[in-house]
Design a protein around this ligand. Sequence first.
Ligand code: NI
Length: 175
Amino acid sequence: MSILQIARLGHPVLRQVARPVGPLDRAGLDRLVADMMDTLAESGGVGLAAPQVHESLRVVMFRVPPWRGGGVEVPLTILADPVIEPLDGPQVSEYESCLSIPGLTGLVPRWSRIRYGGWGMDGAWVECEAEGFHARVVQHECDHLDGVVYSMRMDDLVHFGFSDQIRRMGSVDAE
Ligand code: NI
């Protein structure tokens, strides 16, 4: 296992539509997933998509720490070929950050409630409903599979800036 280099904004791999995993090369995927887990743990982030480690494959992982989920913790979840369906409810804007855009944060509208599914690493289909931060992190990670980063979702770039600066202004709980 090893810590992988994270592609930063401007690298073309972040703009590509990633290819489906499909019938798995299990050994290859296990290695990638193990390395992504190490990389995510080292980064201190809450989510990572394979394109962020230069693998244009539809694989995401995410977790929700209890302090982000209003006391509800979601353990590390790893999905191949995930799909998202918005459920009833408004879009809500919160600040997001991304390991591929280090040091910056921006206010991003997302669906407040979603249903998502994907193939777990045991080969079983996982399906779940999510809201709040949980729904947000899933949408953020799955966007990476379609070549979309959060800044492309922003309504108004006036709410884009350095995390430490914006945090100092007291307006957000930027990560
Ligand atoms: Ni990201």
